[in-house]
Ligand binder design. Structure first.
Ligand code: SF4
Length: 273
């Protein structure tokens, strides 16, 4: 339906190229909604936070959580999403889209996070349905699936990408608890850096696992990027490795000092508490 519910379109516009384009857009948005409500988009959502002021820079957003991950970062907050996905309730994409549409006057942006969303089948179709309804989309990713990132960027389906860069190359396996595919990570970094989309690369400053020289090595790895975020580690009971709850945080002044040393590598360095 056109804005204002006028299905016939404004007088004098019917048959014009503008009106035909509007009709086509309306049709494709409708069919995306119908498809998703029929459950034809094969995506399983494992959690939703209706309103977030912090997950999408500059936007009030709804955050959607997808399950499963190919990393095992010991400081990960979402142990259930990563290790016990099947125990979490399934939320249908149709329900979520319906909810988003009903709340659209308050929230026009969606952050898709995980787990690692790029591993979830149906992600692209789901994002297409969000975009066809006018939502801005941010993707959080660990960068291990560059082919997915490339497709989403090429399709103009993302408004913001936040990629976690976990460690300098020689520590990636240690910090992710896996044999990390570093080539894939580097490919994603290059794709995002060379894209026109708004982005950030970010590293969680986990005390004792990452030292000052590690952040400088990450700076070299990402040199020339527009935006880098040094993110404070947050101890919680839901950590993948609960032993890390006892770690003493880096003082904010230490992170700020490291940020100053990282400035030559980036257009903008941010410390996020
Ligand atoms: S922090 Fe992110 S990449 Fe690491 S295990 Fe958790 S969800 Fe996966």
């Amino acid at each position: 339906m056109l804005p204002g519910g006028n299905q016939a379109g404004p007088p004098g516009l019917a048959g014009s190229p503008v009106f035909l384009t509007l009709q086509m857009q309306e049709k494709s948005a409708k069919s995306a909604l119908e498809t998703i409500l029929r459950g034809a988009v094969p995506i399983t959502i494992r959690g939703i936070q209706l309103t977030s002021l912090v997950d999408f820079p500059g936007e009030v957003c709804t955050t959607i959580f997808l399950g499963g991950c190919n990393f095992r970062c010991p400081w990960c907050h979402n142990a259930d999403l990563v290790l016990r996905t099947a125990t979490l309730p399934e939320i249908s994409p149709g329900e979520v889209l319906n909810l988003l549409i009903r709340r659209r006057s308050w929230v026009q942006a969606v952050c898709i996070t995980g787990g690692e969303p790029s591993l979830t089948p149906g992600l692209e179709e789901f994002i297409r349905s969000l975009k066809s309804h006018g939502f801005k989309v941010k993707l959080d990713t660990n960068g291990t699936q560059p082919e997915v990132i490339a497709r989403l960027l090429a399709g103009d389906l993302l408004d913001y990408v936040a990629m976690d860069v976990k460690a300098p190359p020689e520590k990636y396996d240690l910090l992710t608890g896996t044999r990390a595919n570093l080539e894939a990570v580097k490919e994603s970094i290059a794709l995002i850096k060379n894209s026109r989309v708004a982005y950030e690369f970010r590293t969680t400053a986990v005390p004792s696992l990452l030292l000052e020289e590690d952040f400088l090595a990450i700076g070299q790895m990402l040199a020339g990027a527009r935006h880098y975020v040094l993110q404070q580690f947050r101890p919680a009971r839901t950590l993948l490795n609960p032993g890390l709850q006892e770690l003493l945080l880096y003082p904010e002044t230490t992170l700020k000092n490291i940020a100053v040393k990282l400035q030559p590598f980036f257009a903008r360095v941010e410390v996020r508490s």
